[in-house]
Design a protein around this ligand. Structure first.
Ligand SMILES: Nc1ncnc2c1ncn2[C@@H]1O[C@H](COP(=O)(O)OP(=O)(O)OP(=O)(O)O)[C@@H](O)[C@H]1O
Ligand SMILES: [Mg+2]
Length: 213
């Protein structure tokens, strides 16, 4: 069983309730998380990625509840946030190997993986360039690529295809679908239509709750 379960998860910022009791199960395969801007998609993804704690509720990974599961979850997790500051002075490859070190991965193996991932998404020719010279679309693909290092069992992607041209978006989608055959993949997107047929579920978030679309 590879499965992430959220029960009665709540989150508020000050007085503003964003998640008002989310009950959702994320099985192996691709889950699309959709909803209008400000609905709480990124908030939910940050909670799944343990980058933020919920106010209340439980999160279970393969049946084991957090916080006990928190450490386990981090070991199996790949996360691509919606917006992140990248180290401009590093090359993409140096950045990826830094992430790999933080994840405790073998450097040579991670280097091979990064090469293969970037080759699949049209970024390989630029991996030895400094990130400072990267375009928006290249940055987005780099954030996506680092999330796949170490073959994580849980992959959380916040709008991985935003800002990408059609060809790059298709390459990213193909790779995440391939990973979804052996991992729990959760992604937010404003363009769910193309991927919905290949998803195990589409969850819509509205009024702080999720429901199957
Ligand atoms: N750190 C924060 N502090 C205060 N409010 C926040 C914070 N993060 C998010 N919010 C608020 O929580 C709500 C949900 O934001 P979130 O970013 O999760 O939405 P989203 O569905 O990802 O939107 P988008 O489609 O624009 O990315 C918004 O009203 C936002 O202003
Ligand atoms: Mg968002």
């Amino acid at each position: 069983m590879t499965e992430l379960t959220l029960s009665a998860v709540t989150k508020a910022y000050g007085r503003k309730s964003v998640l008002a009791g989310v009950d959702a199960t994320f099985p192996a395969g691709l889950t699309l998380l959709v909803g209008p801007s400000g609905a709480g998609k990124s908030t939910l993804l940050r909670i799944i990625a343990t980058a933020e704690k919920p106010q209340s509720g439980t999160i279970c990974w393969n049946g084991a509840p957090m916080p006990g599961a928190r450490q386990t979850l981090r070991q199996v997790l790949g996360y691509a946030p919606q917006a992140v500051e990248l180290p401009e002075e590093l090359t993409a490859r140096e950045f990826a190997l830094h992430i790999a070190a933080l994840k405790g991965l073998d450097t040579a193996e991670a280097d091979l993986q990064f090469g293969a991932i970037t080759a699949a998404i049209g970024l390989h020719d630029d991996i030895n360039r400094r990130i400072a010279g990267y375009s928006g679309g290249m940055r987005r693909r780099l954030i996506f690529a680092q999330a796949l290092l170490g073959d994580p069992q849980l992959i959380a992607l916040d709008e991985p295809t935003a800002e990408l041209d059609h060809e790059s978006a298709a390459a990213v989608s193909a790779l995440l679908l391939e990973r979804a055959r052996r991992a729990v993949v959760v992604m937010t997107t404003h363009l769910a239509d193309q991927l919905a047929p290949q998803a195990v579920q589409v969850l819509r978030i509205a009024d702080g709750k999720t429901s199957k679309a």
